[in-house]
Ligand binder design. Structure first.
Ligand code: ATP
Ligand code: GLN
Length: 150
C-alpha cells in the first residue's frame, strides 16, 4: 500500500470539524515522527507511554531480524509502545496520518496502528477561546503550509 496517497474516510462524521489522530508507534520512532510533524507545523500533540498487544503480541521488539528487550513474565504478552494524540482540523487529517505513517514505518511486524476519532469541540483554557480559533496554533500547519482544516 502507498502511504503517500492514502486517505482517511471521515464520511461517518460529515459535520465534524476536528479529529484526534491517535497513533500507537514504536517508542524509538517517536523523535523521528515528532520532527517530521514539526517540519509541517504540527506543534500540538500529547505523548504517552503505553503497553499493548497486537499481531506482534508478546514477542519482543523485533526489527531487522533481531529481537531484543526484557523477557520477564509480566511483560510476556505486552509490548512497550508510544501513543501520540494529535488533534487537528478536518482538512489536515490526511496530511498528519501520512506524515506519522511514513515516519513510523519499518515494514516489520509491530509498526503500530492509527485510529481517527471525531472531536466535538476544543477549549483553550488560557483564553477561553473555542472551536476553530482554539484549534489554530500560531506558526502551525495552516500558517506554515496553507493546509487549512475547517
Ligand atoms: P496556550 O496558547 O495557552 O499555550 P496552546 O494551544 O498552545 O495554548 P498548551 O497550553 O500549550 O496549548 O497545551 C497544553 C497541552 O495540551 C500540551 O502540552 C499538549 O499535551 C496538549 N495539546 C495542545 N494542543 C494539542 C493538540 N492539538 N493535540 C493534542 N494535544 C494537544
Ligand atoms: N491545525 C493547527 C494549525 O494549523 C495545528 C494543530 C496542531 O499542531 N495539532 O495551526
Amino acid at each position: 500500500k502507498q502511504l503517500e496517497v492514502m486517505s482517511c474516510d471521515l464520511s461517518a462524521f460529515p459535520a465534524c470539524k476536528f479529529f484526534r489522530v491517535e497513533a500507537i508507534i514504536r517508542p524509538w520512532r517517536l523523535q523521528k515522527v515528532v520532527a517530521q510533524l514539526a517540519a509541517h507545523g504540527i506543534r500540538g500533540l500529547t505523548v504517552s507511554s503505553v503497553q499493548g498487544a497486537g499481531v506482534q503480541g508478546g514477542r519482543k521488539e523485533r526489527y531487522g531480524g533481531t529481537e531484543f528487550g526484557d523477557s520477564s513474565a509480566s511483560e510476556q504478552f505486552l509490548v512497550d509502545k508510544t501513543r501520540m494524540d494529535i488533534v487537528v482540523a478536518r482538512g489536515q487529517v490526511d496530511s498528519v496520518v501520512r506524515i506519522v505513517s511514513a515516519a513510523a514505518h519499518t515494514g516489520e511486524i509491530g509498526d503500530g496502528k492509527i485510529f481517527v476519532h471525531p472531536v466535538a469541540d476544543i477549549i483553550r483554557i488560557r483564553t477561553a477561546e473555542t472551536g476553530a480559533v482554539a484549534e489554530r496554533m500560531e506558526g502551525g500547519m495552516q500558517d506554515m503550509t496553507g493546509v487549512k482544516g475547517v
